[in-house]
Design a binder for this molecule. Structure first.
Ligand code: FAD
Length: 472
């Protein structure tokens, strides 16, 4: 009898463990995958450095070799010569969003959708800090000797829906009152500059521009190494044990890296390491590059200003006309996969058609043009759309800069500087903004699966419906 009872309890526990394991597997996060960067930019990637092959003790270990990680390394070394800093990159530096983006460099006033945009002083301050940052990015490129194709002659935010015009006029007026040099352009002025009558109006910002994604990575790699940082590639961090000294397990052989401080520079991948799990999700987005335009096509489309631009939809399109006369075009769709799957599973042919369709809608003279490259990348998205930088952990030794919500080329470079400044006891200016904090990782709470997937899909469908109404 007793035996039977024990067997019953054992069976119940076994079933419960199996059910919980299956639920955890079904509803927990998918593990990290690191896909090869096959973008147009990737042709310029430098040869990879050696992987970590021994245990090491360092002052600061930076996880992730995108702009946030490399900029943190460069600035940490600049402010603290002699510091022992390593960057641990799972694949090659620039394998993440930093080597796959749409090429636009944007200042970041808290955008119109952010509540804090209504705080004038803050808006002006963030605008000034981010425009100053672009200039320091330019100096860094010069210091590296790499021609980053960095152009800072402005960009245009185009407005599709006529009904939005009063709002944007007011926005420009407010910005001008604060000393932010935006210009409102009506439909004719917009057509004059961009060569298309697709838009009802636009806002020109003289600060901002475009860059070659991977050349900027190369520049950062060169200056960070020259300053003394050591970069290990093909060195995935598998585990983080917190403490006064943090212990990382790295690579297939789980080599130990002991560090006094670490930097999470892993953006969309961060939740796979167990951080920001309930405040950030990885979202897939795509970008494409056309074949070079002929002289005839160029004359035909009349994009004489060559200013980069993005439109006013939720699923916006962005375009850059490069010096080699190729157009970089991205946007129009984005997706979140169940359990935060990082592997691209979308229909690239559908994205291809969507992209070409928009290109020809904006520039009918490009009918028949070919897209030579199209690729997927990962954005780190939050529900409050606010990028986050700061320091966390019981021992206040885990720095982070992440969640750029698809607008992070300039910001990620700057957050590297903010992290290094805070580490070094230097004032940056960004510390007094709501972007900086000791985030607990649950601000803008995003619920676990399956609610996360259902919520994301519902919201995305709602945004798409709004966009379809604009198109009508
Ligand atoms: C398709 C697309 C288009 C975009 N277009 C623009 C644009 O035009 N303008 C703009 O401003 N922004 C754009 N963005 C956003 C911008 O690219 C990103 O915000 C920015 O590059 C983020 O940089 P990062 O260094 O924080 O992250 P990433 O560049 O993603 O770098 C994170 C790195 O961490 C590594 N990593 C992750 N986990 C681990 C681990 N466990 N161990 C070791 N290494 C790890 C990854 O391999 C990766 O290299 C775009 C993004 C995408 C995807």
């Amino acid at each position: 009898m007793i035996l039977k009872k024990t067997a019953g309890i054992t069976l119940s526990i076994t079933v419960a463990v199996i059910v919980l394991s299956v639920m955890f597997w079904l509803l927990g996060e998918k593990e990290a995958v690191f896909e090869k960067n096959d973008s147009f930019w990737a042709k310029e990637m430098m040869p990879a450095n050696a992987a970590l092959n021994k245990n090491i003790d360092v002052d600061v270990a930076i996880i992730g070799g995108g702009y946030t990680g490399l900029s943190s390394a460069y600035h940490l070394m600049k402010y603290n010569p002699g510091l022992h800093v390593v960057v641990l990159e799972a694949k090659q530096v620039g394998s993440g969003a930093s080597g796959r983006h749409g090429g636009m460099v944007l200042p970041q006033p808290p955008t119109e959708s952010f509540e804090i945009a209504f705080d004038d002083n803050l808006h002006k301050k963030t605008y000034e800090l981010t425009t100053r940052n672009m200039k320091s990015m330019k100096s860094m490129c010069e210091e590296s000797g790499v021609e980053c194709d960095l152009k800072l002659n402005g960009f245009v935010h185009t407005i599709i829906d006529e009904e939005d015009i009063p709002y944007y006029k007011e926005y420009v007026k407010d910005a001008n009152d604060m000393g932010i040099p935006l210009e409102f352009w009506n439909a004719d002025q917009t057509e004059d500059k961009l060569g298309t009558d697709r838009y009802s109006a636009s806002v020109f910002d003289p600060n901002g521009g475009s860059v070659h994604a991977v050349k900027l990575i190369n520049a950062l790699k060169i200056v960070a190494e020259k300053a003394g940082a050591v970069i290990y590639e093909n060195s995935q961090v598998n585990d983080i044990s917190e403490g006064e000294t943090i212990v990382l397990k790295v690579g297939d052989d789980n080599h130990e890296v002991k560090a006094r401080d670490i930097v999470l520079a892993t953006n969309a991948f961060t939740s796979k390491l167990g951080y920001f799990t309930y405040s950030m999700i990885p979202v897939h987005a795509q970008t494409a590059v056309t074949e070079p335009l002929t002289e005839e096509q160029l004359a035909n489309i009349g994009w004489d200003s060559r200013l980069p631009f993005y439109d006013s939809k939720n699923y916006l399109f962005h375009m850059v006309l490069r010096d080699d006369n190729r157009i970089v075009i991205g946007g129009g769709d984005a997706d979140y996969y169940f359990r935060g799957d990082l592997k691209y599973k979308g229909d690239i042919q559908k994205i291809h058609e969507l992209t070409l369709n928009e290109l020809v809608t904006v520039y009918p003279g490009l009918k028949g043009i070919r897209l030579e490259y199209i690729w997927d990348g990962l954005l780190g998205m939050t529900s409050d759309e606010i990028p986050k930088v700061g320091v966390t952990g019981k021992h206040k030794n885990i720095y982070y800069g992440l969640a750029y919500n698809g607008q992070g080329v300039n910001m990620s470079y700057m957050f590297g500087d903010v992290i290094a400044s805070v580490y070094s006891g230097k004032t940056h200016g960004w510390e007094d903004t709501p972007y900086y904090g000791t985030h607990s990782g649950i601000q803008g709470f995003i619920p676990p699966e399956p609610y996360r997937w259902i919520g994301s899909k519902t919201l995305m469908e709602y945004y798409k419906r709004q966009d379809r109404q604009i198109d009508r």
